[in-house]
Write a new protein. Structure first.
Length: 225
């Protein structure tokens, strides 16, 4: 029954350690159980139990490589669910009292990955610029000009998959939408490959490089967030 399935999903999310694991995995990468245990501040055995529940619940997938167990989000649908839940929560509480916590919070707000696409002020700025130039509609559907621009400037070829080329994803820090879908994923991957953005540390935060800031300004008129 739908009520039972909804209750089971809510139970999976109703644990702080599991919630921390899921937020860490929003970077789209595969993490080991030990890495997630460190990130959440729990014992490895506790992490293993939680991860097994998340895998069985369909939120994560597991891969084995030698002695290591890797897990990652099961796919874009699961990432979208988490991002929309974060958006539903409303404005987030202030960062912790330490300078380090405040700096990490500000970095996430400036720019981050949301599974496989860009979010934060950087993601929203790119989305706004594409919309202003007619590459996206106000509802963030891709236009014919947008497909041509992506192909010419970023070598994008629409994949033959059921995943939408472009869709809106509510940004939980900016309270507005940024670009997701296969086009959003391609933009993110392309900016990393060209060294226009770089990951900050091992988390989700990213920053524009000087080369990237110049390139995005020339292409779309985007200013560094």
């Amino acid at each position: 029954m739908a009520a039972d399935e909804l209750a089971d999903l809510a139970a999976l999310l109703a644990d702080r350690s599991r919630a921390r694991f899921l937020l860490a995995l929003m970077d789209g990468k595969a993490w080991t159980s030990g890495e997630l245990a460190d990130a959440a501040g729990v014992a490895p055995s506790t992490a293993s139990e939680h991860l097994t529940r998340l895998v069985h619940g369909g939120l994560l997938v597991e891969r084995r490589q030698g002695r290591h167990r890797y897990v990652q989000l099961a796919g874009p649908k699961q990432a979208r669910l988490l991002e929309e839940l974060l958006g539903y929560l409303g404005p987030t509480a202030p960062a912790g009292p330490t300078l380090r916590a405040s700096a990490a919070d500000q970095a996430l707000r400036r720019g981050r990955t949301c599974y496989d696409h860009l979010a934060g002020r950087l993601g929203v700025a790119i989305t706004d610029a594409m919309t202003a130039r007619g590459l996206l509609t106000d509802e963030l559907a891709i236009t014919d000009d947008g497909l041509a621009w992506l192909g010419d400037e970023l070598a994008f070829t629409p994949p033959g998959s059921r995943r939408p080329i472009a869709r809106a994803c509510l940004d939980w820090t900016e309270r507005r939408s940024h670009l997701a879908g296969t086009a959003g994923a391609h933009v993110c991957a392309c900016l990393h490959e060209r060294d226009w953005v770089r990951r900050i540390g091992t988390g989700r935060a990213v920053r524009l490089t000087p080369t990237g800031a110049t390139a995005l300004h020339d292409l779309l008129g985007v200013l560094p967030p």
